[in-house]
Design a protein around this ligand. Structure first.
Ligand code: KG4
Ligand code: ZN
Length: 345
């Protein structure tokens, strides 16, 4: 079975083909392409939804053609089309939904909606050594920071989440106030590499009280105040970036440790754009070592948005017994817990 995955929920057009390996192709991603809209939004310092939608219109079909050519396939070789139906920017989602459904109609294939965060959640399973269920998932993206107990596909329990800014959003906003440009996360991480970790100490929000929720908006304010109290030269900027990054990484690690112990889990899966962050990875790896917990990440290309995770999530839900839905809908907001498949045991 081969599934074409289409991702257009925000500022990246991602297209990929997943093969289950039961035919004449090897199991895995046969081809994938990603077009990032960085250049489109850079002048505005953030994603402009209308421009994002228009750019997805321009790029989606050419990328689908390229991916089919890369995999040496024709539409007749496909068995289904999966597209991100939410959460995300509604105009951007509608582009992937409309193109995916129209192509599938023309090609006489099923077209199915996929939850963007379920895609992120399952992306580490595309690696050579995949995690096994049950596991704790830390989802850290531009729009979400969530701790989820994953018992199996379609059995998701939300244990904690951000009450304000998501981790990626906090990176982006802090980068903006330090004039590091867009996209903020990778820019701030690069700047932090030259920072002195001992100059500033930022708080680890909500870690001194019980619970698994997060709050990252205060860190951005802390960065602003620190930048106003000091001359914001290159070194100070790097020192603030480093202190901010350490605070986010430590806070996430403290809450992961608590969740792993409370839920009695020994596997941690980290996914979403911020999972590309090296400091976060080394902090979580150290925590995993201390607890004897195995930590899994997607490969770098599949941390941020991509079509591979969408094709793969659809395949996994199909295996778990989900049937096609006939409703055509995109959802800017969509709780992951609504995806739960009724368990038979
Ligand atoms: O998963 P993603 O591509 O899109 C959403 O679903 O939101 O995540 C994008 C977020 C952005 O906030 C971006 O700044 C952040 O991930 N990000 C990073 C890094 N790479 C991407 N944050 C910190 N360090 C990175 N290396
Ligand atoms: Zn994403």
């Amino acid at each position: 079975m081969r599934i074409l995955g289409i991702e257009t929920s925000c500022d990246e057009t991602g297209i990929a083909i997943y093969d289950d390996g039961l035919g004449d192709s090897p199991e895995g991603i046969l081809a994938h392409r990603l077009y990032s809209q960085i250049a489109v939004h850079a002048d505005y310092g953030g994603v402009v939804p209308e421009l994002a939608s228009r750019d997805h219109v321009r790029k989606t079909i050419p990328l689908i053609k390229e991916v089919l050519a890369d995999a040496n396939l024709t539409p007749q070789d496909l068995d289904g089309v999966a597209y991100t139906a939410g959460p995300g920017l509604v105009g951007a989602l509608l582009v992937g939904c409309s193109i995916g459904r129209s192509l599938a109609y023309g090609w006489e294939l099923p077209a199915v909606p996929v939850h963007h965060m379920e895609g992120h959640l399952l992306a580490p399973m595309l690696e050579e050594t995949p995690p096994s269920f049950p596991f704790l998932a830390l989802l850290v993206s531009g729009g979400h920071t969530q701790l989820i107990k994953v018992s199996q596909i379609g059995a998701y329990e939300l244990l904690g989440e951000s009450l304000d800014d998501a981790a990626g959003e906090a990176f982006d906003k802090t980068a903006k106030l330090l004039n590091l440009g867009y996209p903020g996360g990778p820019a701030l991480a690069r700047c932090a590499e030259h920072g002195n970790p001992d100059r500033f100490t930022f708080p680890r929000p909500m870690t001194n009280r019980p619970g698994l929720d997060f709050s990252f908006s205060g860190l951005k304010t802390f960065a602003l105040t620190t930048s106003q109290q000091n001359t914001l030269d290159e070194q100070t900027c790097a020192d603030i970036a480093r202190a901010f990054e350490d605070a986010v990484a430590d806070t996430l690690a403290i809450k992961c440790k608590r969740a792993l112990q409370q839920a009695e889990l020994s596997t941690l899966v980290v996914a979403g754009g911020v999972s590309a962050n090296k400091r976060l990875r080394s902090t979580l790896d150290a925590m995993g070592k201390e607890l004897n917990v195995n930590v899994f990440y997607p490969r770098h290309d599949f941390c941020t948005d991509n079509g591979a995770m969408i094709a793969y999530a659809r395949y996994q839900r199909l295996l778990a017994g989900e049937h096609d839905k006939l409703t055509i809908q995109v959802r800017p907001r969509w709780p992951l817990s609504e995806l739960n498949i009724p368990q038979t045991v």
